[in-house]
Each structure stands twice: as C-alpha cells, then as structure tokens.
Design a protein around this ligand. Structure first.
Ligand SMILES: [Zn+2]
Length: 300
C-alpha cells in the first residue's frame, strides 16, 4: 500500500513537472538518429559515414551534422568559429593556436527577458573512439531538450543550446564560448553541461551533478525527488562546466554514475559504440533535465 501510494504520487508529480514534454517515442527517435549519425552507425549524407570526431576534418563534419539536425527541428543554428591560444609551448603559442567551431542556437523567451539559460554538450571525441557515450549521448540530450523547449508555449527566459568543440583538448571550445559570452555582456542565468549520460549497468537511473556547491544543485535534487531518480553530488571539474565556472558563471555538470562504481568500461576506447548505450537511461536523464528547464522557463 505504501509503495502503491508512493508510485501514484510520483507519477502525478512527474507528469505535472513534465507538462509540455513531447511524447517519449518522439524524443527517443530524435536521439537515436542523431547518435547513429555521429557514431558511424548511419549515413549522415549520401553514402557518407562519420566514424569518430577526433581529427580536424571529422570535427568539421560533425559540426555540419549538428547544423543540419538543428535546422531539422526548425531552429536557426550558428557557427561560433574561434581561435584560442595554445599554451602547450612557445612554438604552439606562436604558430599553432587552437581553431575550432562551436555550434549553437537561440530559443528566445516568449516574455520580456534578458536572462539566458545555456545548455551544452561537447561533440568531439578522442581519436580512435566512436564516442557514443562520450559524448554523443550528451549531444542527443541537449538536442532533445532544444526540441522540447522550442515547443513550449511559455518561456520566461531565453535559452541557448550549444555543442562544444575540443573538450577533449582541455575544454577549449567551451572556454572560447565563455569568452564570447563575457565579451558580448550576455546576462547568463546558469550553464548546464551534459557529458556522458548513456551508461547505467546497475539499473538505478542515478545521475551525478557537479560541483556540489553549484547554486543549481537544489533544482536537480528536487527534480530527482519528483521523478524518483537518485541524484549524487560530486566535485568533478574535468568537463566543459569548468570553463563557465572559472569565468564566474553559475554552472553545473550532469553525468552518469561514477561514485558507486558504475563506470563505463568503454570510456575513450574503440568499444564506446551505440550498441552499448542504455537508451532508457538516456531518456530518464533527459526527462529529469527537462523538468529543471520547465521550472526555469516558468519561474521568475
Ligand atoms: Zn566527455
């Protein structure tokens, strides 16, 4: 009886906090298709296959796939081409600065607002890895959120979705994007970064959020309670949220469970392939993050 009541209440709360959510099937189709195209499982254009996203050439192709994908959901994507100092040595500093492309799209507020909520994920992979979990899953999550947020009837804040280049090279793409936001004086409410959200071998649906002192922690903890998803606080700083944290913005990382030993053994290897992903888990993470975004789009 107790369990029955708990489940019933959780269903009601889950449903109400997910008002405006698109049907699960629709979200899953979008996510599977994008991950398939990014990991060599499906052609992205006539007989063209992209197997990894480590080299300059492959990252360029990945950016093109993302531009196309955002256009397909009726957004108006832009390329943020950057050059960033390469401090690996004096010769690098002078002759080989980092060059890359972030892909982003704005979803404007429906009311008068100058505040921006930024949602991002890196799209590059390490050479030799298809990078299905790291980080086609994060990209697919942000993509599905972009779709769902754009369908909301009411948005009290502006949203920007962004796919970062060169996370695997010291988070260069996100550093360049943080620099751009600063330079343009964008009023940032908060930055939410998804990195690796497709592995859940113990089936508990748990997520981790970092850093533990982020101002956004309560929003995720509350969504976790509503949806019956365990949320663990950690202090992992090795992803793109660090770039925004260092620039003084409220930022948070959402990732799969490491703390309790549920680590993806295929990490940074040629085995990080689409068939190893847990799409139920990816959907659960997406629903939780959507609940947070729904609150941010309604509260003022
Ligand atoms: Zn990653």
């Amino acid at each position: 009886m107790k369990l029955y009541i708990k489940l019933f209440v959780a269903t009601l709360i889950g449903f109400s906090s997910c008002a405006n959510a698109q049907p699960k099937k629709e979200v899953e189709i979008l996510q599977k298709q994008l991950i398939s195209r990014m990991t060599g499982n499906e052609e992205w254009s006539d007989s063209k296959i992209l197997e990894e996203r480590g080299s300059n050439k492959d990252r360029k192709t990945a950016a093109e796939i993302l531009i196309h994908a955002l256009t397909e959901i009726s957004l108006d994507p832009e390329r943020h081409k950057y050059m960033y100092p390469n401090v690996n040595g004096l010769v690098d500093l002078l002759f080989s600065p980092f060059r890359g492309t972030n892909v982003y799209a704005a979803i404007p507020a429906t009311t008068d607002s100058d505040e921006f909520v930024i949602i991002g994920a890196h799209y590059d992979s390490v050479p030799g890895a298809p990078g299905a979990d790291d980080n086609a899953t994060g990209v697919a999550m942000v993509y599905a959120l972009a779709y769902q947020i754009s369908k909301m009837e009411h948005r009290a804040r502006n949203f920007t979705v962004v796919f970062f280049d060169q996370e695997e090279s010291d988070e260069i793409g996100s550093k360049a994007f943080a620099r751009k936001l600063k330079k343009e004086g964008v009023k940032v409410h908060s930055v939410h970064v998804a990195d690796m959200v497709g592995w859940d071998s113990d089936g508990d649906l748990a997520i981790e959020i970092s850093p533990a002192r982020s101002l956004m922690v309560p929003a995720y903890e509350n969504a976790g309670k509503d949806l019956d998803v365990p949320v663990y606080k950690t202090n992992v700083m090795s992803s793109d949220h660090k770039s925004f944290h260092d620039a003084g913005y409220t930022s948070i990382l959402i990732t799969e469970e490491y703390a309790n030993g549920d680590f993806n053994p295929n990490y940074h290897s040629s085995d990080d392939t689409i068939d190893k992903l847990n799409f139920e888990y990816l959907y659960s993470c997406t629903a939780l993050m959507f609940a947070v975004m729904s609150n941010l789009s309604s509260e003022k």
